[in-house]
Design a protein around this ligand. Structure first.
Ligand SMILES: [Zn+2]
Length: 83
């Protein structure tokens, strides 16, 4: 019986690409929450709703990371050569 390979988190992280801030290239972010208010007209309940959305903010320049920033991160960027 074939067993699926156990997920090797260490190996996966070794090949993982850092998401960096498009403005300052920092690679550390902090959790923030953006809060959206949905009007009664748009809300499925017919009442105004408050929706918290988790987001990330650059710890250096405080830019909020957009979805495009994450998707724009190239996975096939040339690797730095170790000399
Ligand atoms: Zn930044």
């Amino acid at each position: 019986m074939d067993q699926p390979l156990p997920f090797d988190a260490a190996k996966a992280l070794e090949n993982a690409k850092d998401i960096v801030c498009p403005l300052c290239n920092a690679n550390t972010f902090e959790n923030i929450v953006m809060i959206k208010k949905i009007s009664a007209l748009m809300s499925p309940t017919g009442q105004e709703s408050i929706i918290p959305l988790p987001a990330y903010r650059c710890t250096e320049c405080k830019r909020v990371l957009e979805q495009e920033d994450i998707e724009g991160t190239k996975l096939d960027a040339p690797k730095l050569k170790l000399i």
